[in-house]
Design a protein around this ligand. Sequence first.
Ligand code: LMR
Length: 394
Amino acid sequence: MFETLQQQPADKILELVAMYREDPRADKVDLGVGVYKDATGLTPVMRAVKAAEHTLWETQDSKVYTGLAGDPAFADAMIDLVLSGAVPRANVAAAATPGGTGAVRQSFELIQMANAGARVFVSNPTWPNHISMLNYLGIEMVPYRYFDEETRGVDFDGMLADLKTARKGDVVLLHGCCHNPTGANLNSAEWDAVIGVLLETGATPMIDIAYQGFGDGLDADAAATRKLVAAVPECIIAASCSKNFGIYRERTGLLMVVNNAGDATALNQSTLAYLNRQNFSFPPDHGARLVTMILTDPALRADWQSELEDVRQSMLGLRTALADELQRLSNSDRFGFLAQHRGMFSRLGTTPEMVEKLRKDHGIYMVGDSRMNIAGLNAQTVPILAKAIIDAGI
Ligand code: LMR
């Protein structure tokens, strides 16, 4: 039967990981997959994670199943981290998932279950796997304008005009912070206007928040999400612990469904448990347990926050250094947007041909749409990248 299978398109981001690994050049620069790297190129295990793992190893006496929605203590701790009391805990149904991707995938299944005709509005561009999963599930997708190729900021008028065409029963997928792949984000007044349009149209918002703590800080990055959930009748949130806890391979995420209008939390909760059961039964526990331990222990939490803040500051430093170097070499401010963008990524704004040229001629790897992982840079590679960008005539 398997002769009927057809080759599926390779994931553009993961394909790049393999290409980079195979490149023998010693001075190659990896700006591909969204993984934090320190100045030595290592993706370290965070101190608090190590400490929690140590304690867990010493104290855990059973690995018996948790619950279909995971350990409720994990949900409590994460709901507090993301929403910080913006809505009553009783309004939130939540289930642990395998990573943020798992939360997004379960969200899409939930949407399909609730309304088979739902359209999901996605920013143009968005994380490619949003599109891939929506296509896979056969959910209709409507791109809304987002990135302004000229300013490298948000085309806010275009975005708002497109979101106004959504209707009740549709879902609007928003990036809570640190937009992936562009790095361009809404300001607070723009979020207010988006909330206004959501209330006007009755469309349901879904927030993908995978980089809390990587932009302007843990609370600042969640501010828009908190404001939005308090204002709308219902909302879906897919949160990831992969990046801010650095536990990529542990697959740790949380799906939250907020219902402020009625008493739907119990029904939502049982639906999330049912969906988990259909797809994988129990969600992974190891990463979720570490996160719970860190968030509920004041000393571990303080240490985690301080290390996360160092990570954020180092990315900001790299942004500024790259923007400054490009300003010096180009004698213009046209790369100033790099210092304005927030999160791991910035979209440089050049053609796939130029991206290919940078890879071939300079061993610089970025995603084909010219998304750069800023955390892939260091003090040595900033000038190399800047020179390559100018030499290529970008
Ligand atoms: C990315 O966008 O690079 C990350 O979210 C990793 C992934 O799974 O694509």
